[in-house]
Each structure stands twice: as C-alpha cells, then as structure tokens.
Design a binder for this molecule. Structure first.
Ligand code: SF4
Length: 260
C-alpha cells in the first residue's frame, strides 16, 4: 500500500506527476510518525499493482504487470534488506512494507515476512517492522498470521463511498470484521473529494465513525493528499475540516487520533 505523504521516499516521477519506487529498498526516509523508515517494495518493477485502485494514489492507477517483471523472491528481498542494513551508517527506526501497491498481493507474502523478520532479528534487532496494507487480504489465514507477526499494522480505512475513494467495490463491513482478526492496528484515513462525492461529508464521516468504533484501532491517522493523485480531479480536504473529523473520531476510539 502506498505510504502516507509522511512516509514517501524520493522516487521516479511519471508523466502525470505520480511516481513509482524504483527498487525493492527505498530510503531510509524521515517520517513524522515513525521516525527514520526504510521502505520495502514487493511489487514487480515498472508496475503498480493493488487490489484497490484509489484515484488519489500517488503511484498512479493500477497497471498491468510490466513485461518480464517478476515478484521478487523471499531470498531476493531478504538479501537486499540484509545488504542495505549492513551498509547503512545509522540503522532506521523501522522497516516498512509499502511501495508500488499492496504488499499482501505478493504470492509468497508470509514467507517474505518470515525472511524479513529473520534478517531483522539477526542484523538489527532494535529495528521494528511495519506493514502498510489495505486489509483486503487480512481474511486469509496465512496473510493474517504474517501480519500479526510484525510490530505494526497500518491499515487503510477511508471515509466515503468505497467504490469511489478506493476505486473498487467491496463490502466494508466485512473487511472491518477481517481487520478485527488482527492484533492492534493503526488506521490510516485519507480524506478526499472528487466529482460527485466527498469523503468529508457528514454522511461519509458518520459511516466511517461507525466502522472505526467497530474496529477499535489503537491509533488513527487522518490526512489528505499532498502530492499529485492518479486522478487529477481528486481534491484535498482543508486541514480545518480534517481537525474536525479527528475531533469526532476521538469520541469513538480510545487510541490516539492525529492529523498529518
Ligand atoms: S491502497 Fe490505494 S493508495 Fe494504497 S497503493 Fe493501493 S491504490 Fe494506492
């Protein structure tokens, strides 16, 4: 899952202003919330692959898998991480699965997680591992178990009609139930407006608050777009409105609610 603007490394801009990460390892970059974070991109090169297709995505809309591009094997990911940790003068605070799409779509995601955790334990035991995910695959037992092995799960839960804000139709209530099978999660909520819809409307926020209350996340991060989105008609929501939304969220969740 693409990172929030707070965790966006430099990348290669595409013609429309969106951009793709160039390799498996990106960073470390400074994140306001995580500190120094080393990004892990599992998506095949020159491709944007996600089970969502959010019009606000900074990586652009989904693409076909690029000709000849392959998902990196668990060994390749582990080796790239080990070499990077070895050469860094200063270790990052986090290693974060993010990148050009949804990391749980990797066909061997649970094995990749196991290998990454082995490398972390061996070479950098103080570094924590996070996964950014849209949560669609969290109902699959092996994926859920892998997500529960890492130190932090950042899951997407955006206000607004899902087929518009996430670009695909899915049963949000069912996904929330899946997410409840995870250990403590942090919700990342992108609030945007586009043609004919607003994630900041009272209707959208009421429905979102109900989902939040059901999920009981340990923290919520509210933000809007800060970089060119896939769909140029998507607009950011004013910070004043984000602060109002966060204030309402604080009434329904125990965890920390922050606006980025
Ligand atoms: S979940 Fe949305 S924002 Fe994240 S990578 Fe997929 S399409 Fe992009």
């Amino acid at each position: 899952m693409e990172p929030s603007a707070a965790l966006r490394p430099p990348g290669r801009p595409d013609g429309d202003g969106t951009f793709l990460w160039e390799g498996i390892i990106n960073g470390p970059v400074r994140s306001r919330r995580l500190g120094a974070s080393l990004g892990l991109n599992l998506v095949p090169p020159r491709s944007k692959l996600c089970s969502f297709n959010c019009p606000y995505c900074e990586c652009g809309f989904n693409t076909p898998k690029a000709p000849g591009a392959r998902w990196p094997s668990p060994d390749v990911v582990a080796d790239a991480l080990a070499k990077t940790l070895e050469r860094l003068e200063r270790l990052p605070d986090w290693v974060t699965f993010a990148g050009n799409g949804e990391p749980t779509m990797h066909p061997r995601f649970p094995v990749v997680v196991a290998r990454v955790l082995e490398v972390r334990d061996r070479r950098a035991p103080g570094v924590r591992v996070a996964v950014m995910t849209n949560g669609l695959a969290a109902g699959r037992e092996a994926v859920r178990a892998a997500l529960n092995r890492v130190d932090e799960r950042l899951v997407k839960l955006d206000p607004g009609p899902v087929e518009r804000v996430n670009g695909v139709a899915y049963d949000r209530a069912a996904v929330v139930e899946q997410l409840r099978g995870l250990e403590a999660v942090t919700v990342q909520a992108m609030v945007v407006e586009g043609p004919g819809y607003s994630g900041a409307s009272d209707t959208a926020i009421d429905a979102w608050l109900a989902a939040l209350a059901r999920l009981e996340p340990k923290a919520v991060q509210v933000y809007s777009i800060a970089r060119p989105p896939a769909d140029a008609e998507v607009r950011p929501v004013a910070r004043a409105r984000l602060l109002e939304i966060a204030a309402r969220a604080r009434r329904v969740v125990q965890g920390r609610v922050e606006v980025f």
